[in-house]
Design a binder for this molecule. Structure first.
Ligand code: GDP
Ligand code: MN
Length: 311
């Protein structure tokens, strides 16, 4: 696989600054990866998967976000495995760190309790920062503002099959705003008051709830309790106008004000899933059956005759 022209001199790799091929894809879209410097190996692997399976023909740009500056090594290595424009952003402080008004005693008590109960990432503050950022802030970053659609990519994910059409264009042409490849059940200990907090919001703001919504996916009893079902957000192709809408902005502010991102451990997957499921028609949510994808031990493997004939 060849990326940009590079000259190797002993250990130093020199990439011509600003050298990238023009975008060929027709959508106003971007790949977004939030990650840490030490995840560079996994980041490079994921970019290669996306480039090999899809983006080498489209050259959609990449934006990398981090709460600290990316290292020169990170920038160099990432730039070498794509033809596309790459940009590296630092996240503004108050988009990432625990707000001052959060009662730290209460938050640390909750972390301790979850850790004792072996809740995954239960004791982690940085995980909570990440979930809150992905819920309410990534789409406001200055490097991301100019784009409408995004495809979220994490380090160390796999794409099994060639993607022989443009999913961004598909979304736009079919009036889709949110998409998924995998669904999951949330750990109930991470969200004791989430559903009630959310329900309080929609009771006060019924105008935001679409008639033809996906409540049947989210609840088995007509909305009284949460089914714990959600779209797994480590893969997302979505329209940021959904997150930038008045409904979502007020919904996020309502969730944020309750402190649940820190007093509990609310994940961005449930925050996104509920909004995508309730604030718009369920027709606007798309299952990419034909995208072969793996994160950790969970995979979606496309089935059927078309798969055998596509690349
Ligand atoms: P999981 O998928 O729920 O197990 O969570 P991950 O550890 O994969 O984190 C989700 C995404 O956020 C990945 O893209 C990580 O690289 C990124 N991420 C997680 N924690 C941090 C952090 O503290 N800083 C930065 N910059 N990225 C993070
Ligand atoms: Mn992950």
């Amino acid at each position: 696989f060849g990326g940009k022209d590079a000259e190797t001199e002993s250990e130093t790799v020199v990439v011509e600054a600003g050298a990238f091929d023009p975008q060929l894809g027709k959508s106003n879209a971007v790949f977004i990866m939030l990650c840490r410097n030490e995840e560079v190996d996994g980041a490079v692997k994921s970019i290669r998967e996306i480039e090999d399976r899809f983006n080498h023909e489209y050259h959609y740009p990449w934006v990398f976000l981090n709460e600290v500056e990316f290292t020169e090594e990170f920038k160099q290595r990432v730039s070498l495995v794509t033809y596309s424009k790459v940009e590296f952003g630092v996240i503004p402080r108050d988009h990432w760190y625990q707000p001052d008004w959060i009662d730290e005693d209460r938050a640390s008590e909750a972390r301790k309790h979850m850790e004792e109960n072996n809740v995954i990432y239960g004791g982690s503050v940085s995980y909570r920062n990440m979930c809150r950022f992905n819920s309410g802030f990534f789409y406001r970053h200055e490097l991301v503002q100019k784009y409408r659609f995004y495809w979220r990519v994490e380090p160390d994910v796999k794409y099994f099959c060639n993607i022989d059409y443009d999913p961004f264009v598909f979304m736009e042409e079919h009036n889709k705003t949110y998409s998924f490849t995998l669904t999951m059940l949330e750990y109930v200990q991470t969200i004791p008051t989430f559903w009630d907090t959310m329900s309080d919001f929609i009771q006060k703001n019924p105008q935001y709830v679409a008639k033809d919504n996906a409540m049947d996916f989210l609840s088995d009893d007509g909305g009284r309790t949460y089914s714990l079902c959600h779209f797994w957000s480590n893969f997302e192709i979505a329209d940021m106008n959904l997150w930038r809408s008045e409904a979502y902005t007020k919904y996020f502010d309502h969730l944020e004000a309750s402190g649940g991102f820190y007093y509990e451990r609310w994940g961005d997957a449930i925050v996104h899933s509920v909004a995508a499921g309730l604030f718009q028609s369920k027709e606007q949510i798309h299952f990419f059956k034909d995208i072969g994808y793996q994160h950790d031990y969970f995979a979606h493997c496309p089935q059927g005759s078309r798969v055998l004939t596509s690349g």
